[in-house]
Ligand binder design. Structure first.
Ligand SMILES: [Zn+2]
Length: 136
């Protein structure tokens, strides 16, 4: 007997992260930049870790980067992702100075440290678009 899978967990945008989620729907990766000291940060959060200012502007990432690390998941952390196993997650150093975690779409055997990758956008649900990476 198969038990139906629970629904995929979805993000709940906050006042600080809403521009990030909205940007993804418009196929833009938006990063917060401190309006006081210029430090770029990711993930979205209310305060700058460098100067503790809450003043923020948003910039669009170029959509390029280099592999910092990766892992191939063989066990789902949530039952909704079981059907996607195995899947590869990469941490990518963006030229904007931040690191992002996202799925890698391609053969994980191709991965190596410093590999150039390119951002793509995956429309998961009508209201949810998520970033992923392919070889650059
Ligand atoms: Zn700052």
């Amino acid at each position: 007997m198969n038990t139906p899978l629970p629904p995929r967990p979805s993000p709940e945008p906050t006042v600080d992260s809403l521009p990030y989620w909205t940007g993804l729907r418009e196929h833009r990766l938006c990063l917060q930049q401190c309006a006081a000291c210029g430090t770029t940060r990711h993930y979205p959060r209310p305060l700058c870790a460098t100067c503790f200012s809450s003043a923020v502007t948003w910039i669009n990432a170029q959509g390029t980067g280099e592999v910092h690390s990766w892992t191939v998941a063989h066990h789902a952390f949530h039952p909704a992702f079981k059907s996607e196993l195995p899947y590869t997650l990469v941490t990518v150093d963006l030229p904007e100075g931040v690191r992002i975690l996202a799925p890698f779409r391609g053969d994980s055997a191709d991965l190596r440290l410093g590999l150039p990758v390119r951002l793509i956008f995956e429309e998961i649900l009508p209201e949810l678009t998520l970033p992923a990476f392919i070889r650059g």
